[in-house]
Structure formats: C-alpha cells, structure tokens
Design a protein around this ligand. Structure first.
Ligand SMILES: Cc1cc2nc3c(=O)[nH]c(=O)nc-3n(C[C@H](O)[C@H](O)[C@H](O)COP(=O)(O)OP(=O)(O)OC[C@H]3O[C@@H](n4cnc5c(N)ncnc54)[C@H](O)[C@@H]3O)c2cc1C
Length: 247
C-alpha cells in the first residue's frame, strides 16, 4: 500500500539559479532505476505533491532529484527553495514502468532526454543492466544552455570506463558549445546528424527511451516511426519507450 515517508533535505545543490539537485537521506529505499516517487510538502493549502524521477543508483542511501522550478508552478518553486534540514515527504513504493525491465533486447540502447528528463537515465547507467544487455549505449541530453548539462563528472566516469560502448551526446539549442549539436532533436534525426555523431543507427536493432518534454517526445517519435520503429507496449513489444513529464 502507498505510504508517505517523512525525511529531511540533506542538500540542495544549485547547478544554476533555475536548476537544482535535491538530496534526501533515506537508507534502504527500494526502487528500480527509471522509476519516480512523489515528493510532498506541507503548505497552508494542505499537503501538495508532484512526481519526480530518482536520479541516484538503487541502493544509494541518498535519494537524488533533479528539479527545475516552473515560473507559475504550485509545487516546484517551493521544493526548489528547500534547504538542508527542511522536512519533505517521499511516497513509497516508487512507481512507474520507465525501466529497462520493460525494454526489449536490442543492440543499441538510445537514452534521449530533455532538461531534467536525463534523470532516470543516470540511475539506469549506474546499474549493470544497460552495459550487460546492449552492445552500444547512447545518452543524448537536449538542453537550451551549456549550464544545463548536469552531472558531467558522473558521465565522464562512464565515458572512461565504457570507452567503446558508450557515447554521450549533448545537444544545446541556444548556444554554440564544443562537442555539442545545436539543432532540435527531430531535425538532427531527420538529417542523420545525431546518428553520425553517435556512431549508431535507428533500426530494428535499436531500443529508444524518450523522457521529458511532451513535444520532443511526440516529434522524435514521429521521426522514429518514419524509420520503421514502433512504440513499445507490453502486449506488442516495439522500440520506443516513453516517459512524459507533463501534458
Ligand atoms: C513521471 C514524472 C516524473 C517527473 N520527474 C520530474 C523530474 O525529475 N524533475 C522535474 O523537474 N520535474 C519532473 N516532473 C514534473 C513534475 O512532476 C511537475 O509537474 C513540475 O515540477 C511542475 O510542478 P508545479 O507544481 O510547479 O507546476 P504545476 O502547478 O503543476 O503546473 C505548471 C505547468 O507546467 C507544466 N510543466 C510541468 N513541468 C514542466 C517543465 N519541466 N517544463 C515546462 N512545463 C512544465 C505543467 O503541465 C503545468 O501546465 C515529472 C513528472 C512526471 C509525470
């Protein structure tokens, strides 16, 4: 049965003024990489909650959430303002099916996320599963500015450890950044630029996960369908598995 665990913020790490990693000590919290929980706070209007993906590896005593405050949002600005020592509620058990257990086998695993949608992939990449099941793993992070390219040290560790197997591709749309592509993801796929940069293709041997912005998901999915890939459903396994952060 769903329950609320009371916890304390241990750190609010600011990547920049509009992006933070909220950290909460909760040893023994069980989940599958890719899942989300609900975070709640007490307000004068009662307890308010929203869904947030777990960024940390399963088994890590500290839960990690990558969060951006929405300008007119009811909950995210309040979460963003929390400081070490502040109280927070975490839903248990974790929820969601955006996990590698739901993804069929293939040769190439594409992990494509925009903004905070990179979070679930960082958790997955910290487990053995993607490295054992796929010959090539491509992490694509679409953002507006270079400062949104979070967790660089963690990603560098995987680049060094899985030199032949792993490709990290930043896509920065509002700035020119060395090593990053700069067009929107659907165009990059249409023009084969993303595939060229990653040294991998989108074909029947690909499994593609899409996370974050619903417009990106819709448009990228349309491009992939043009290439013969299909949505992955439990009753009809395919190639495209999605997690949409809002409607
Ligand atoms: C499964 C799941 C996992 C999620 N994981 C994360 C996460 O890891 N990090 C994170 O920051 N958010 C995540 N979200 C979004 C989060 O749950 C909230 O919707 C978001 O923080 C805004 O909440 P709010 O109360 O401030 O805004 P609200 O008052 O609920 O609404 C503000 C408006 O903004 C839209 N919106 C929500 N998020 C965004 C966004 N990022 N950009 C543009 N518009 C948006 C909403 O649809 C709504 O129209 C996730 C959502 C889902 C469904």
């Amino acid at each position: 049965m769903a329950a609320w665990l009371q916890a304390q913020i241990t750190e609010n790490y600011r990547w920049h003024a509009k992006l933070c990693s909220l950290r909460v000590e909760l040893p023994g919290f069980e989940f599958t990489a890719g899942q989300f929980v609900r975070l709640a706070i007490e307000t004068s209007e009662g307890r308010m909650q929203r869904a947030y993906s777990l960024v940390n590896a399963p088994g890590d005593p500290q839960l990690d959430f990558l969060l951006t405050p929405m300008a007119d949002g009811k909950v995210s600005p309040r979460l963003h303002a929390l400081q070490a020592g502040d109280a927070i509620w975490v839903s248990q058990p974790a929820s969601g099916f955006f996990t590698l257990t739901e993804v069929p086998d293939g040769k190439v695993l594409w992990l494509i996320g925009t903004g905070t949608g990179i979070g679930p992939y960082l958790s997955m990449l910290a487990t053995a599963e993607p490295w054992q099941r796929f010959e090539r793993v491509v992490l694509v992070h679409g953002v507006r500015h270079a400062e949104d390219l979070v967790y660089p040290e963690l990603i560098q560790q995987w680049q060094q450890r899985y030199r032949q197997q792993f490709h990290y591709q930043p896509v920065v749309t509002r700035q020119q950044v060395d090593g990053a592509l700069s067009q929107r993801l659907p165009q990059l796929i249409q023009q084969h630029q993303l595939q060229d940069a990653a040294g991998a293709d989108f074909d029947q041997q690909s499994q593609v996960m899409l996370c974050g912005n619903p417009d990106m998901i819709k448009e990228v999915r349309a491009e992939l369908e043009q290439l013969g890939l299909q949505k992955n459903l439990r009753r009809a396994p395919g190639h495209i598995t999605v997690e949409q952060y809002w409607n």
